[in-house]
Each structure stands twice: as C-alpha cells, then as structure tokens.
Design a protein around this ligand. Structure first.
Ligand code: SF4
Length: 254
C-alpha cells in the first residue's frame, strides 16, 4: 500500500549550482539504486526508502508558494525520482509542472526514467527548461535502478531533438568500469546529441559499503582499492580526452 503524506513546503532553497529551489514530489524512490546516498541524508533506512511516500498535497502548497516566492529555477527531483513508476498513477510531478509553466518559472529535471517522455509536450512549452537523464552504465544491471539505459538514451534523444537543453548525468561511475566501457558510454552520449555530460563520483555515505559488499561480494576488495585510489580522477581525464572539442563535460565534485 502506498502511503500518502502532507507537506508544508513545496519549494526548498537549494545550494546546487544553477538551481534556486528543489521540488521533490515523493519521499523515497522505487528505483532503489544501490549507490543512493539520499536515505542516509534523511536518516531513512534503505528498505524504507524503497517504499516511497506520496506528497499528495504538494501541488496545492506549490500553487500558494508560486504567488509569494521570488521566481527562479526549480530543480525537479534533487532527492527522489520524479518519474519513478508511482508517478504514472499519481501524476504529482505533472501537476506541479503545469503550475510552474503557468507561472513562468524555469525548470531543471533530472531523472532515471523514460517516463519523463510522457510530459514532453508540457516541458516543450517552458521558456527555460533543462532535462537530464542519469546513465552510469550500459552493462551492470545491479548498479542502478530505473528504466533500461538504452531506453533512457532514446528518451533524452527525443528531448534533444526538440531543442530543449539536455544533459546526461554520468555518475556515480561504477568504480571498476574499464576504459573501454567509459569510451563506449561517452561515444553513445555524444551520438545522442545532448548538450553536456555531467560526471560524478561515488559518495561514500553511511551504509553504502555494506550494500556494495552484499551486492558485489567477489569484486568488493578491488572496488574498495579503486575508491581509495585515484579511479575517479583517472576516469575524468579519460572522459575529458574523448570529449574534448565534441561536447561539454562538467565535473560535479571538487
Ligand atoms: S533514482 Fe536517484 S533518488 Fe532514486 S534511488 Fe536512484 S539515486 Fe536514489
């Protein structure tokens, strides 16, 4: 059974570069990516995290806030996935999008689901919209949830074809990814015509090492070595070399 909760705030001030506010229509996420660090930020057990709660009243709260708050860029879903399967039933994200459009706000959506395509016609109408799709691998199904990576790539191509600003969030990269696979991913991203690639590393928050150990018992020691070493700096250099002069690459960590 899906639990419904009532929220007091819809738009929270955000410190994420390029975003003024965050909007998260759900608490928890059905995608249950093994590397997700959001539950540890809110002190939520990972098993609970996999059973999301619906912020049923968020469109009403948003409607009031849009009249009072200073207009800005809204990051849609910074700590959940706004297009997880639940959204197809509840349409909370869609209701919020329609309100943001009506009031002339800007949006930046990041998702791991092809379901974002459902709202293409609404997103197209924004004066300023960015759509990002996370793809961190094409071969390691245990690493992340969401739609199949190929389906996500097809979805973002459709946004790029509509001249909407698009990006692929390539992170966190699997710590044992080979140079060949990195190269394959980047070539696929470039051929999808997106405007940019944003790279991120694995954030080692509470409980994550245990999850990695349980999911990858045979590779765990090697993975730990890569994480403690310079895997991500090397991967960034590799990506940058392949992408140079072809697509913009942004590193999401210092
Ligand atoms: S899609 Fe994002 S919020 Fe959902 S489990 Fe994966 S990392 Fe966490």
């Amino acid at each position: 059974m899906i639990m419904k909760v009532y929220c007091k705030t819809a738009l929270s001030k955000s410190k994420i570069p390029g975003i003024d506010y965050s909007l998260n229509p759900y608490i928890g996420c059905q995608h249950a990516c093994i590397y997700c660090y959001v539950p540890s930020m809110f002190n939520i057990d990972f098993n609970e995290w996999k059973k999301p709660k619906v912020k049923k009243n968020i469109p009403n709260v948003l409607m009031k806030e849009l009249r009072k708050k200073k207009r800005g860029i809204v990051g849609i879903s910074t700590s959940t996935d706004a297009y997880q399967p639940l959204e197809l039933k509840y349409e909370i994200t869609r209701k919020c999008l329609n309100l943001l459009l009506k009031h002339g706000w800007s949006i930046d959506i990041l998702t791991k689901s092809k379901n974002v395509l459902r709202d293409l016609q609404i997103i197209k109408k924004f004066d300023s919209a960015k759509v990002g799709i996370t793809i961190t691998t094409f071969s390691n199904e245990k690493w992340e949830g969401g739609s199949k990576a190929e389906e996500r790539l097809e979805a973002i191509k459709k946004f790029a074809n509509e001249e909407i600003f698009t990006y692929i969030f390539f992170g966190p990269i699997f710590p044992l990814m080979s140079d060949e696979e990195i190269e394959y991913c980047i070539e696929e991203f470039i051929s999808s015509n997106v405007d940019a690639i944003v790279m991120d590393k694995l954030h080692l928050k509470k409980g994550l090492l245990n999850r990695l150990k349980n999911t990858y018992p045979d590779e765990f020691n090697e993975m730990k070595k890569a994480l403690l070493g310079n895997f991500y700096e090397r991967a960034f250099k590799k990506v940058f070399e392949i992408a140079r002069g072809r697509i913009k690459v942004i590193k999401a960590w210092d």
